[in-house]
Ligand binder design. Structure first.
Ligand SMILES: [Zn+2]
Length: 488
């Protein structure tokens, strides 16, 4: 692991980040038609490229089965985006005589995506790609509506609510683009590409932007806050503050049922016999989809506000590493947890501490933050989920269960040898679960920084320094077998 540079080494003008700026679009009827056409063009080019590569493979396999020697087989076709695009340009007149109706960006986008899909497939087969094994790239179906523009005349329009799309022209956005426009004007941002997509019953434009960010440093760089993400509250801070769970999903449940009922009374698509849905069904379906999208947006908004507030105030944030995949399998809890969006919170904290030069520390999943007394560190053998108040048998502490857990998390920082860090300033981010990252274990005992924790006398695997402080954590391969991580 390379030594993380301290936050003082940052250039004055801030750090460069790739960031997305997304706006809802309000296209006219004709523009929406053109957007759909471009998405179709992308899909067509993707499927064309896929067919071409697979036909080549099949041809070679067939020839080989006739005993033709390897060097006399039909040569492999190059699967790079560059050569596929060349082949497309040679063939488009015959396979897609209508190609001139759409911007060439749409076809290039499809070709680039299929080339990427095959390269991912190849990497997965060779074992150089993380994640589950990949199958042969699948055909893109009609439901997939998006295309990416990487070159040409695209960007923001002259007005404050306009984007420029090649061939389609100026399209109105649902909200002002002034923040991005200001960055582009003063040179702190550069557009990398633009993706148009249909999602949640609306058209969206998403700009990938290389931004030079200059976020304020945390107001209290030495302050530590423990964040316990519970089921009842969205988050409980070690300061005692309880951030209420807005429960958008549960609150809209009645409306959701009503919309679903309205939809089911209408004639839906008949997939077996290819029957088209009725106009009324499509309207009801769009309405139901809009609700889901709205709930997602409200939840995201609440989480953004919380994580921004935390990263702007505290220098160090400690969170729990929850087994979200495991908890989602539990049906009683799953809805509430889904609603709270734990993983979103974690993810947002990760990159926002990075932006602000703060630190995010993740406690081990088996660290008993709820069962430990935050005052005398005695660990309870049992604590039912229903017990909302923590009562210590040792020192008689009576405290809200979640506040107690949050305090324990915050206390982990002072026991530096017991914690690992997920996020280090200056962009040296370590994904949780990558080999060698630090994971907190054991009880929050007072230990000297850099020395083995008393609860784990054997000591931990690695020691790395973060802004002068020593941290050590168990290496992934040294942890017990049961410590398998969820597949995020
Ligand atoms: Zn106690």
């Amino acid at each position: 692991m390379s030594e993380p540079s301290s936050s003082n080494d940052r250039p004055e003008e801030g750090t460069r980040q790739l960031q997305a700026y997304r706006f809802a679009l309000e296209p006219t009827h004709d523009q929406a038609q053109a957007l759909r056409s471009h998405c179709g063009a992308t899909r067509f080019a993707y499927n064309w490229g896929r067919r071409k590569v697979l036909a080549n493979w099949a041809q070679r396999a067939a020839e080989a089965s006739y005993g033709i020697p390897d060097d006399e087989l039909t040569p492999w076709i190059d699967q790079s985006a560059y050569s596929l695009r060349k082949a497309w340009n040679a063939e488009k007149g015959t396979v897609a005589p209508w190609w001139a109706e759409n911007s060439k960006e749409a076809y290039s986008s499809g070709i680039a995506r299929v080339a990427k899909a095959f390269s991912n497939y190849g990497a997965s087969k060779r074992g150089t790609r993380t994640g589950a094994r990949m199958g042969v790239p699948a055909r893109k179906k009609h439901s997939h509506q998006s295309f990416t523009v990487t070159t040409g005349s695209y960007g923001l329009g002259d007005g404050s609510r306009q984007v420029k799309i090649p061939r389609i022209g100026i399209v109105r956005t649902g909200e002002s683009t002034r923040k991005l426009a200001r960055r582009l004007r003063n040179g702190t941002a550069r557009l990398a590409n633009m993706t148009l997509s249909w999602r949640g019953g609306r058209w969206w434009v998403s700009f990938t932007v290389a931004v030079r960010r200059n976020d304020p440093k945390p107001a209290r760089p030495d302050a530590v806050v423990g964040v316990d993400t519970g089921v009842k509250a969205l988050a409980v801070l070690s300061t005692g503050e309880i951030v209420a769970n807005p429960k958008h999903y549960q609150k809209t449940q009645a409306l959701r049922r009503r919309l679903a009922r309205a939809r089911s009374r209408r004639r839906g698509p008949d997939r077996k016999h290819g029957g088209e849905p009725s106009r009324r069904w499509e309207k009801a379906n769009a309405k139901a989809n809009r609700l889901e999208h709205r709930v997602t947006a409200m939840r995201r908004d609440g989480l953004h506000k919380l994580t921004t507030r935390l990263t702007h105030e505290y220098g160090t944030i400690v969170v729990e590493d929850l087994n979200i995949a495991g908890m989602l399998r539990n049906r009683c809890l799953s809805k509430a947890i889904w609603s709270a969006g734990f993983s979103t919170l974690r993810h947002q904290l990760e990159y926002k501490t990075d932006w602000c030069g703060g630190r995010l520390i993740t406690a081990d999943r088996w660290y008993p933050s709820s069962k430990t007394c935050s005052s005398c560190k005695a660990v309870k053998a049992k604590l039912a989920l229903g017990e909302r108040v923590f009562r210590c048998d040792h020192c008689g502490l009576v405290l809200d269960r979640d506040v107690n857990a949050a305090r324990n998390l915050a206390a982990l920082v002072s026991t530096a040898s017991c914690v690992g860090t997920v996020n280090m300033p200056a962009g040296n981010r370590v994904r949780p679960g990558s080999p060698g990252d630090g994971i907190a274990t054991g009880r929050p005992e007072t230990a000297v920084a850099g020395q083995p924790c008393r609860s784990n006398p054997a000591g931990h695997g690695t020691t790395h320094s973060v802004n002068g402080a020593k941290f050590s954590g168990t290496r992934r391969d040294e942890r017990p077998k049961a410590a398998s991580r969820p597949h995020w």
